[in-house]
Design a protein around this ligand. Structure first.
Ligand code: SMG
Ligand code: MG
Length: 373
C-alpha cells in the first residue's frame, strides 16, 4: 500500500460523568482521529493520548506534531509497504507509541477494508463476544462510589475495578466488597500512586480477595514490583510499565507481575499487542485489554483484540453508554456482561459522520502531492 492522504480530526467528547484517577480528573476527552487514504480506501485510527501528559509522556498536541513531522514523512517516502513493515519504517523515531499506534491502526483498517477482512480475523480472534468489566473513578464520598458501583453491577458488568490512591484505598475497597459480595471479581488500579514505603497498605488489601492490584508503583520501578509481589498475596498486574513485548517478558521473568494489561496505544499498536498476547500465553500469564475511554472507533478494534484466546480476564471494554451520551459509531451495548466483536471489514463499524461533524473542533488534511512525492 501507499498513503495518498492523511486527515487529522479533533473531536470534543464530553463524558457522562467526570472520571477521576490518582493523576487527575477529566470531564471530557479531546480525541484525535486519523483518517488515512490508501488508493481510494479509507481507514480510521483513534489516538488514545490525553490532553496532558499525565497518564504517560504523550499528549494530543504532541502526537499530532510527531505524526505530521516525523511519522507521516517516513511513510510517505515508501511507495509500497505492507502493514507488517510499518513498525520498522517508524523505528528510527523513538518512543511515541500512541502516535505510532494511531497511524498503524488507520493503515490496518484501510488495508483490511480493501481486503474485505476484519480485525478479528486478522488478529486471530477465537471468540464472538468478550467479557466486560468497568473501571470506576475515585468519588467524592464512599456513598457516591457505592451508588455508582451498584448501578454497574445491575447492568451486568463481570468485574469492578476501583481507582485507588493513598487515602482512598482500604476503606472504599472494604465497603465495595461488602456491597457486591464475595463472587463478583474486584480489582484496584493505582496508576503508580504508591511508593516502596507504602507496601504495607497494599498488603492490607489482601483480605478483600482482589483479582489483581494494577500498577501500584511507578512505571520504572520493576524491582519495587518484584519486592511487593513477594509481600502481597494478591496478583500484581502491570499497565504503564509494559510498553513492548520485551517489557512484558522482562517483568514476567523477574516476577514483577502475574497478569498483563494490554493497551494497543501504549505498546505502539495492534501488531505489537498480539505479540505481547502470544508471549504471555507461552508463559501462562493471562492478559486483558485496557481502556483509555475510547470512542466506538477505538473500542471496535479493542474488542477484536480482546477476542484472542489468552484474553481470559474481563476487559476495560465497557458499553458506549458508560462513557458518552452519543458515540462516534453506533453504540456498543452490554448484553449479559459481554459485548459482541464486530465482524465487518476493518474495524467493522462505520463512523457516524453527522456526529463527527457536530463534535469536530479541528481538521488538518495532508495530501501526498503536497509533500512532493
Ligand atoms: O476505558 O474504561 C476505560 C477506562 C479504563 O481505568 C481505565 N483506564 O490506567 O487503566 C488505566 C486507565 C487509564 C485511563 S485514565 C483516562
Ligand atoms: Mg491502569
Amino acid at each position: 500500500m501507499r498513503i495518498e492522504s492523511l486527515t487529522l480530526i479533533r473531536v470534543a467528547m464530553p463524558l457522562v460523568r467526570p472520571f477521576t484517577t490518582s493523576f487527575g480528573s477529566q470531564s471530557a476527552r479531546e480525541v484525535l482521529l486519523a483518517c488515512v487514504d490508501i488508493g481510494g480506501t479509507q481507514g480510521w485510527g483513534e489516538c488514545v493520548a490525553m490532553s496532558e501528559p499525565v497518564y504517560n509522556a504523550e499528549y494530543v498536541d504532541g502526537v499530532e506534531h510527531v505524526l505530521v513531522h516525523h511519522l507521516l514523512p517516513r511513510l510517505m517516502v515508501v511507495d509500497d509497504f505492507a502493514i507488517e513493515d510499518v513498525a520498522s519504517i517508524l523505528r528510527p523515531v523513538l518512543g511515541h507509541h500512541m502516535a505510532k499506534a494511531t497511524i498503524e491502526t488507520a493503515l490496518l483498517d484501510a488495508w483490511l477494508r480493501k481486503e474485505g477482512r476484519s480485525f478479528a480475523e486478522y488478529l486471530g480472534a477465537t471468540k464472538e463476544r468478550v467479557r466486560c468489566g468497568v473501571s470506576v473513578g475515585i468519588a467524592a464520598t464512599i456513598d457516591e462510589l457505592l451508588a455508582e458501583v451498584d448501578g454497574y453491577r445491575q447492568q451486568g458488568y463481570q468485574r469492578i475495578k476501583l481507582k485507588i490512591q493513598p487515602g482512598w484505598d482500604v476503606q472504599p475497597v472494604r465497603q465495595v466488597r461488602a456491597l457486591i459480595g464475595p463472587d463478583l471479581p474486584l480489582t484496584v488500579d493505582a496508576n503508580r500512586a504508591y511508593d516502596r514505603q507504602s507496601m504495607r497498605t497494599l498488603a492490607a488489601l489482601d483480605e478483600f480477595d482482589l483479582q489483581m492490584i494494577e500498577q501500584p508503583l511507578p512505571e520504572d520501578d520493576i524491582a519495587g514490583h518484584v519486592q511487593l509481589a513477594q509481600l502481597v498475596a494478591t496478583p500484581l498486574c502491570l499497565d504503564e510499565s509494559i510498553c513492548s513485548t520485551l517489557d512484558a517478558v522482562d517483568a514476567i521473568e523477574r516476577g514483577a507481575c502475574r497478569i498483563v494489561n494490554i493497551k494497543p496505544g501504549r505498546v505502539g499498536g495492534y501488531l505489537e499487542s498480539k505479540r505481547i498476547h502470544d508471549a504471555c500465553a507461552e508463559r501462562a500469564v493471562p492478559v486483558w485489554c485496557g481502556g483509555m475511554l475510547e470512542t466506538g472507533i477505538g473500542r471496535a478494534a479493542n474488542l477484536a483484540l480482546a477476542a484472542l484466546p489468552n484474553f481470559t480476564l474481563p476487559n476495560d471494554t465497557s458499553a458506549s453508554a458508560r462513557y458518552y451520551r452519543r458515540d462516534l459509531t453506533a453504540p456498543f451495548v452490554l448484553q449479559d456482561g459481554h459485548i459482541t466483536v464486530p465482524q465487518g471489514p476493518g474495524i467493522g463499524v462505520d463512523v457516524d459522520l453527522d456526529m463527527l461533524q457536530d463534535a469536530m473542533t479541528g481538521r488538518r488534511h495532508i495530501e501526498r502531492s503536497a509533500t512532493g512525492r
